[in-house]
Design a protein around this ligand. Structure first.
Ligand code: KG4
Ligand code: ZN
Length: 341
């Protein structure tokens, strides 16, 4: 079975071709970073316009570099939400029209379910059930994952997402956008023990997160210490990153202990963070657990993960209809909800 995946929920226009459940034949990601960076964040209207320009050439490139032709496709999987409505609509409408024209089934996929399925595109996929930490620019959450298409949300951020906190701290320090990679590179030059920022563990038996206090802590530190700021930037970045990494790692393993899971996964843009990867890998080793983290190319938004999740819906006969629409938020969020069904 050959699936075309399409992703356009934020500022990346992406298309991928997947053979069966895991073999990536091509994965094309057209980033809009240059368009948005002068504004220090994603401008939704500009993002929609750029998706419109990019969608057809990106899908074309994915098909060509996979070495297939459009009539060889068996189905289409497209991000349905959550995300920016204007951005989602471009990929979603394209996928609908494409599938209709080719007379093949198509399915709308939850973007977060897509991120979770990115771990199955690695050589050593996790065994069910496992605990997934999803940390991106829009979401930070912990899931108990029971199958490719079923997960229970155990906790999520009450305010900012982890990636958003990286982006905002980078902005505060005038370092540019997007902040994740910039802050993690800067942190490498600093000492994480020099400046201590509080860890927001909240209730240690629950799995919610909060990063707004940490963000305020960094802002206060900057305001109070303007004189040596330039010299201190690497230590601020390192101190901030250590606070985020400690909390994410703590909650992931606490959730695994609670659910008695031996396998943990980290997905989403923040999973690209070296310090987070190292900490989680070291902790898992100590505890005799197995950790699954996708390669960098599959951490950030991409369409291979959407095709991977969509494949499992399509083979079960779960398809979407022409009257279905995009949604900007997770439906029925809440600790007990089955988010993806
Ligand atoms: O998954 P993603 O590409 O898009 C969303 O679904 O949001 O995640 C993007 C987020 C951004 O906030 C970016 O700053 C963050 O992931 N990010 C990182 C790193 N690389 C990207 N955060 C920390 N360290 C990194 N190396
Ligand atoms: Zn994402």
């Amino acid at each position: 079975m050959i699936t075309l995946g399409i992703e356009s929920s934020c500022d990346e226009t992406a298309a991928a071709i997947l053979e069966n459940d895991t073999r990536i034949l091509s994965s094309i990601v057209a980033s809009q970073i240059e368009v948005h960076s002068p504004y220090g964040g994603v401008v939704p209207e500009l993002a929609s316009r750029k998706h419109i320009e990019a969608i057809a050439p990106v899908v074309d490139e994915a098909i060509q570099s996979a070495g297939i032709t459009a009539p060889m496709l068996d189905g289409v999987a497209v991000t349905q939400g959550p995300g920016l409505v204007g951005s989602l609509l471009v990929g979603f409408s394209f996928a609908k029209a494409f599938a209709y024209a080719m007379d093949i089934p198509w399915v709308g996929v939850n973007h977060l379910e897509g991120h979770i399925n990115s771990v199955f595109l690695t050589r050593t996929p996790p065994a069910f059930p496992f605990i997934a930490l999803l940390a991106s620019g829009g979401h930070t959450a912990i899931y108990h994952v029971t199958s490719h298409t079923t997960s229970t949300l155990m906790g999520q951020t009450r305010d900012d997402a982890a990636g958003e906190a990286f982006d905002k701290v980078s902005k505060m320090l005038d370092l540019g956008y997007p902040g994740g990679k910039i802050i993690s590179d800067m942190a490498r030059k600093g000492d994480p023990k020099k400046i201590f920022f509080k860890r927001a563990y909240l209730d240690k038996n629950e799995f919610d997160f909060s990063f707004s206090g940490l963000k305020t802590g960094v802002r206060r530190y900057i305001e109070k210490n303007p004189r040596h700021l330039k010299k201190e930037v690497p230590d601020i970045a390192a101190g901030f990153q250590a606070s985020v990494v400690d909390v994410l790692s703590f909650k992931l393993f606490a959730a695994a202990d609670k659910m008695d899971c031996q396998h943990v996964a980290v997905v989403g843009g923040v999973a690209a963070n070296t310090s987070l990867r190292e900490k989680i890998e070291a902790t898992a080793k100590r505890k005799g657990m197995t950790v699954h983290i996708p390669p960098l190319s599959l951490c950030g938004d991409n369409a291979a993960m959407i095709a991977a999740a969509g494949y499992h819906h399509l083979v079960q006969g779960q398809t979407s209809h022409l009257d279905s629409d995009v949604y900007s938020r997770v439906k029925n969020p809440g600790p007990e909800d089955q988010v993806f069904n």
